[in-house]
Design a protein around this ligand. Sequence first.
Ligand SMILES: CC(C)(COP(=O)(O)OP(=O)(O)OC[C@H]1O[C@@H](n2cnc3c(N)ncnc32)[C@H](O)[C@@H]1OP(=O)(O)O)[C@@H](O)C(=O)NCCC(=O)NCCS
Length: 254
Amino acid sequence: MFSDFPLSVPVNHLADNEVHLWLVDIRDVTSPFISTQWLHLLTDEEQSRMQQFRKLEKQRQFVVARVALRLILNALLRKPSARDIVFALSETNKPFLQHNTQNIQFNLSHSGNVILIAVTRSRQCGVDIEVVNTGRDVVKLAEYYFHKEEYAALRHSEQSPDVMLFYKLWTLKEAFVKADGRGMAIPGDGYYFQKTDSATPQLMITPAVNANQNWLFRHFFYCNEYSAALAVEKTTNHPVEVMVNRLVFPDTDG
Ligand SMILES: CC(C)(COP(=O)(O)OP(=O)(O)OC[C@H]1O[C@@H](n2cnc3c(N)ncnc32)[C@H](O)[C@@H]1OP(=O)(O)O)[C@@H](O)C(=O)NCCC(=O)NCCS
């Protein structure tokens, strides 16, 4: 559905009905990734977390994601430095903003070279992005993780097994459980998606799962290499406007 990703630096206004979806392609970052300026934006705890990654590309992914998140949020929060933003974790490890007087919610996902960040006001959101791996045994995974309706859709698709449909469903499901916040605690067969060909896939929740039913979903493939999904809580009847941008990093001297 999103074929165009206009470039933008972080923006300083977010209306209640808007969802800002930021795509960060690490390949756009040309400067040395662990520059002193960027590391100064991370807390000591984040810096030590980064050092725990043994692979350089995982370190790079972590730093770029955290710096992007801090810069995007600070354009709205306007603290003296993006480093001043304080994150906390829910009981199920969903990060949220402490001292959140503006009621800003966010969620982040990373895979390969791409990071996806959603930001909303006064409504929960969740995102997921995954590199499409055509060599994966998607049937086995779907049998284990998906609802039987989704498994059947995958098996009966014209192109069976339909790897792209698998990734579409997988990322939609992850975006939902991340928006809800409970992650893996929600069983994958306790809910399923219908109308996955439409612009707005529909979530069906079985009686086994106690969850909010009011969500808006979006899905897109990025460069045919990545599957990406967004879940946003519908809090009123006002239409939700999803704005997608590819992040341009501003100067980071603060
Ligand atoms: C965290 C989790 C929700 C997503 O993990 P993932 O896909 O491996 O990783 P992503 O890159 O998409 O997301 C990681 C980010 O999500 C955020 N996050 C962590 N726990 C979260 C939670 N409970 N809810 C929402 N967001 C969470 C964090 O910002 C984290 O980034 P960080 O580690 O750099 O701080 C995962 O642990 C999980 O529970 N996945 C469900 C697995 C599953 O059963 N899937 C079946 C789908 S059918």
